[in-house]
Design a protein around this ligand. Sequence first.
Ligand SMILES: NC(=O)c1ccc[n+]([C@@H]2O[C@H](COP(=O)([O-])OP(=O)(O)OC[C@H]3O[C@@H](n4cnc5c(N)ncnc54)[C@H](O)[C@@H]3O)[C@@H](O)[C@H]2O)c1
Length: 248
Amino acid sequence: MSNENYKIGVAGAGVMGSGIAQVMALSGCEVVCRDIDEEVLNAASSSVDSGRFGVRSAVERGKLTDEEANNALERLRFTTETKEFDDLDLIIEAIPERFDLKVSFWKELDETASDRTIFASNSSGFPISAMAAATERSDRFIGWHWASPAPVMKLAEIVRGRETSQETVDTVVSLAESAGKNPVVIADTDTNWGYVTNRVYFAMVKEASAVVSEGIADRDQIDQLMTDCFRWPSGPFGMTRGATSGWK
Ligand SMILES: NC(=O)c1ccc[n+]([C@@H]2O[C@H](COP(=O)([O-])OP(=O)(O)OC[C@H]3O[C@@H](n4cnc5c(N)ncnc54)[C@H](O)[C@@H]3O)[C@@H](O)[C@H]2O)c1
């Protein structure tokens, strides 16, 4: 599939939304990134351009040509306008991890977005089927969980809701591949928060915290041990700090 003329909306221009918008623009899609906060949009725009994981830095590191970077910037717009989401092929939501916020976001959007628009949530762990139930398009509703920083990390944890259609899964998998990610399609979670990555990760953090409270080792020591033993880029505690700051 060529992504040319494929129109994507990204809701939220924070740590995740700005990176997701950048990646999708680089993959050839037309992208409009919307936030309710003008200052966040300005910061997102400069981070995509000249931030640590932005396109200029990718050019300096030889990962992109100047032309690729300029073309991606031309395909990406930032806005506060809700009507910009009326006629798109796909909307990726990266607003804060609050279930009530996400449900009302999707419910409102379902009224105004085109029927053809696929809804994809970058939630870190809320059941996809529960969010889809707020809309009349559960067949076109899917989870697409990214990792931070989005321009670097290969994660594409694709969560199939109970009613997500095969066509929706195929479209999103193909988009993720075209964006250089490694899509893995998994089943939805029912009641637990977290799909595969966060469930397994937080089980590890729980055990690491137990080790701290038993006085066996402190957090820095555990991070050091796990990094040295498993060749991870970061230990369980350092990982939490990095992800929430976009590894800045
Ligand atoms: N930070 C991470 O490492 C990470 C990794 C994977 C997934 N996620 C998930 O991604 C989502 C976003 O996380 P984040 O860290 O980017 O949060 P963030 O706080 O950095 O950004 C969220 C943005 O959404 C905006 N927003 C709020 N309501 C909105 C609306 N109705 N329309 C448009 N924009 C709106 C806010 O103004 C804010 O700028 C969450 O669901 C989170 O769990 C985060």
